[in-house]
Design a binder for this molecule. Structure first.
Ligand code: FES
Length: 176
């Protein structure tokens, strides 16, 4: 499938792996009846951004521009949606997404200390990815496992009854 964008310089410098990701995104966009229901564009935009983040892992500027072009809307509109919804990110996210639950049950049982220990050991702030691209550190509000408080999620895996002392063990389990 040929690329649909007119962003020639960026397009020419894509690696084969990136090009395949753009092709996958394009295959998805081409299944959406964009022309038939133009007033649903915002809904389609969110749907496409979800797919793009799934494919690329995050939403870099080039991808935002590609989507804007395909929907015939401004880059500012695309960026506005990305910055409005906390689910979307325009920064690379580590392979291991660590999220500490700071909902009430977890917080009263020491989630704050757990979060601080992750920050200290990884030397990053909340919302950041480590320099080697391995770890992302974030927080969540109640993941529905309050009986296991404090709870930490690493990608889809749930760790319960986490203490600051257990943080090192959790990090050790994150092997490539
Ligand atoms: S508050 Fe953390 S799982 Fe409910």
């Amino acid at each position: 499938m040929s690329c649909q964008c007119t962003n020639e310089p960026a397009c020419r410098t894509r690696t084969p792996e990136q090009a395949e990701k753009y092709n996958e995104l394009e295959r998805y966009i081409s299944t959406i009846p964009l022309e038939k229901v133009p007033d649903r564009k915002r809904g389609y935009l969110i749907q496409i951004l979800h797919k793009a983040q799934h494919i690329f892992g995050y939403l870099p500027e080039d991808v935002q521009k590609y989507i804007a072009e395909r929907l015939k809307i401004s880059h500012a509109e695309v960026y506005g949606v990305i910055s409005f919804y906390s689910y979307f990110t325009d920064k690379p996210v580590g392979r291991y997404k660590i999220n500490v639950c700071i909902g009430t049950a977890c917080f009263v049982k020491g989630a704050g200390k757990v979060l601080e220990e992750f920050k200290r050991r990884l030397n990053i702030k909340e919302g950041e990815t480590s320099g080697d691209g391995k770890f992302f550190l974030g927080s969540l509000r109640c993941v529905g496992a309050c009986s296991l408080a404090p709870v930490v999620m690493v990608n889809d895996r749930v760790y319960g009854n986490v203490t600051a002392e257990k943080v090192g063990e959790i990090l050790k389990e994150c092997t490539d």
